[in-house]
Design a protein around this ligand. Structure first.
Ligand SMILES: Cc1ncc(COP(=O)(O)O)c(C=O)c1O
Length: 370
């Protein structure tokens, strides 16, 4: 029988391995719970950050109301893992997905967004043929210029269409502005949040005047969470990255005085030195297949004076200011620049406390891009 890693020192893990620093992770869970509780607002964490039913369960144990999923496939994976309440925050389009959506809605509480009359008609057709009722939120473009109807009259018209479509129940509006989450400058981020909140708030007001019940106004993310609650429009926050953080998020100013965010970096990739070809240089076994590059370069955790560069798919290069202190076979940890896309590269998390692996959690939603 092969011995598992649980209860063993982290240094015995084979690499590359994706680690969760449990004390930091637990502080993050508690910090978002407290932020939402203080504001008296619900939060529905975005599972695109972790793609794991275990992490979703821990978020719910910290008061979260269900989870968000970016993709239907992620939602299926989480529902398979016991998550009972899911909002799919991206439009679900096309017959194969609609078949899966109604099947999912039979075994979990599912809500979905729509931003086009044809999409609403297709959702209505799928729901009525399946004999179910689907919860639908109209997505409003509050400034990002990605998906979503324009705010105001067009969004209200679409909401009215949802409300009168058989098989659909209109629940409210989603207004998420991803482009402002990481604005490093606090003042600019605050102004953009107020503008986005005003667009969503005016839309909700107009819908209510038109006689529509607007139960849910959902949106926001890690970088804007405190500003979102201050703006007072959302009924539900959708933060994702706060559970793990990453080097990009860790760099933003949390307030006017430039304080760091109240969430710590809890995710790292552990790698092994596989080559020591020069005095100042070590090569590790984590490259583009272990660490995402869309957010920039990862940062070495405990290697002062070292700079990381990608050395290809399988290799990372650590260049030191002077002599490299790492021997062949030594292990290092690297903080990802973007947690969501790095998690998507791994099969499992190794949850670590005090240098010992405490648990292994499968990332069942990884790669579920459909
Ligand atoms: C619709 C939606 N809501 C919330 C989030 C969460 O964002 P963050 O990870 O920045 O907290 C995302 C992230 O991309 C998103 O797409």
């Amino acid at each position: 029988m092969t011995e598992g890693p649980v209860g063993r020192p982290v240094a015995e893990l084979d690499t590359p391995a994706l680690l969760i620093d449990l004390p930091a992770f637990e502080r993050n869970l508690a910090a978002m719970r407290d932020l939402a509780a203080r504001a008296g607002i619900a939060y529905r964490p975005h599972a695109k950050a972790h793609k794991s039913p275990v992490v979703a369960g821990l978020q719910q144990a910290h008061g979260a109301r269900g989870v968000c999923c970016a993709k239907l496939g992620e939602a299926e994976a989480l529902a398979d893992g016991g998550v009972a309440d899911v909002l799919i925050t991206g439009e679900v389009v096309g017959a194969p997905k609609l078949r899966r959506l109604v099947a999912l809605a039979r075994r979990a509480r599912v809500a979905v967004v729509a931003d086009h009359p044809d999409g609403v008609a297709a959702l209505s057709g799928a729901a009525t043929s399946a004999g179910i009722t689907l919860d639908v939120l109209v997505e409003v473009d509050v400034g990002q210029g990605r998906c979503g109807t324009p705010p105001g009259a067009p969004a209200v018209a679409l909401a009215e269409r949802v409300a009168r479509s058989p098989g659909l129940r209109f629940r409210g509006f989603q207004g998420y502005h991803g482009a402002i989450q990481m604005l490093a400058d606090f003042g600019r981020r605050a102004a953009e949040v107020r503008a986005a909140a005003a667009r969503l708030g005016e839309t909700a007001e107009a819908a209510r005047k038109a006689g529509l019940p607007v139960e849910v106004l959902t949106g926001g993310g890690t970088g804007t969470a405190a500003l979102d609650v201050a703006a007072g429009v959302l009924t539900e926050l959708q933060p994702g990255s706060y559970v793990f953080m990453d080097t990009n998020y860790a760099a933003i100013a949390w307030d006017q005085a430039g304080a760091p965010p109240p969430f710590a970096r809890a995710l790292s990739v552990r790698a092994t030195v596989v080559s020591r070809p020069a005095r100042e240089r070590a090569v590790v076994d984590a490259g583009l297949k272990a660490l995402s590059s869309d957010g920039g370069l990862p940062a070495p955790k405990d290697a002062p004076g070292a700079a990381f560069a990608f050395g290809g798919d399988e290799h990372g290069i650590l260049r030191f200011d002077g002599a490299c202190p790492l021997d062949l076979g030594a292990q290092v940890e690297l903080y990802p620049s973007h947690c969501d896309t790095t998690v998507n590269l791994h099969d499992r998390f190794f949850a670590v406390r005090g240098g010992v692996v405490e648990a292994v959690w499968e990332i069942t939603g990884r790669g579920r891009t459909q």
